[in-house]
Write a protein that binds this ligand. Structure first.
Ligand SMILES: Cc1cc2nc3c(=O)[nH]c(=O)nc-3n(C[C@H](O)[C@H](O)[C@H](O)COP(=O)(O)OP(=O)(O)OC[C@H]3O[C@@H](n4cnc5c(N)ncnc54)[C@H](O)[C@@H]3O)c2cc1C
Length: 188
């Protein structure tokens, strides 16, 4: 395994698309509770002027990511062992995954982060003040530990799907570039 993405919502799926396209063995552990899933229609995705149902976007993105080679697995990540690299992620049902790269794309899944001593602050881009971000995180999503990244709202971006997707893609490109030891670019 090369990369473990915890959270297969907008940012996590977007990230997985790039890491798997780059040939990295990618697993996405997801509880399938993306905030986008409950949105009847989203009208601000460029290219979807007539709107797209959140669940339809997620279904299409899951299929795209699987076609690119990623493995999507339903489950809840409950343990993150970061003392030694490669890192290990354990799920609630006892499965264990090990990889040198871990992406935290959990949005409201604060429990996993606080349990592992990530300090969380209010994401000031979101008026409800219910969204948090990892303290000190920037748009590149890099945490203090090499190979561990944050993606999506937990990386302190505004709550707009296209921005969460874009930042997740940026994280995927950075990981792919480091892995391949040359800038990764996907041009068809
Ligand atoms: C009511 C509402 C309406 C919205 N309308 C719009 C809109 O019109 N336009 C727009 O652009 N945006 C809209 N948004 C915002 C959009 O949904 C978010 O910006 C986007 O979903 C954030 O992406 P994310 O990847 O950070 O988080 P999410 O998409 O929420 O994904 C997080 C994923 O992590 C998983 N997860 C969490 N913890 C764990 C764990 N421990 N183990 C495994 N999986 C885990 C969850 O199950 C989930 O699938 C709306 C949001 C809401 C709530």
């Amino acid at each position: 395994m090369d990369v473990i993405i915890i959270g297969g919502g907008v940012a996590g799926l977007s990230c997985a698309l790039y890491t798997s396209k780059a040939g990295m063995e990618t697993v996405v552990i997801d509880q399938q509770t993306s905030q986008l899933g409950s949105v009847k229609a989203v009208f601000n995705f460029p290219g979807f002027a007539q709107g797209i149902a959140g669940e339809d976007w997620l279904l299409a993105a899951r299929e795209q990511v699987t076609t690119a080679g990623a493995t999507l697995t339903l489950g809840k990540a409950t343990e993150l062992k970061t003392t030694n690299r490669p890192y290990t992620v354990i799920t609630e049902d006892g499965r264990s995954f090990t990889a040198p790269y871990v992406v935290l794309a959990v949005n409201l899944g604060f429990e996993l982060l606080t349990k592992h001593d990530y300090a969380l602050l209010v994401n000031e881009h979101v008026p409800s003040r219910k969204i948090r971000h990892i303290e000190g995180i920037g748009y590149d999503g890099k945490t203090a530990q090499p190979g561990i990244y944050a993606a999506g709202l937990i990386a302190n971006v505004p709550s707009q799907s296209v921005i969460a997707a874009g930042q997740g893609a940026f994280v995927g490109v950075q990981i792919a570039s480091e892995f391949l030891q040359k800038p990764f670019m996907w041009h068809d």
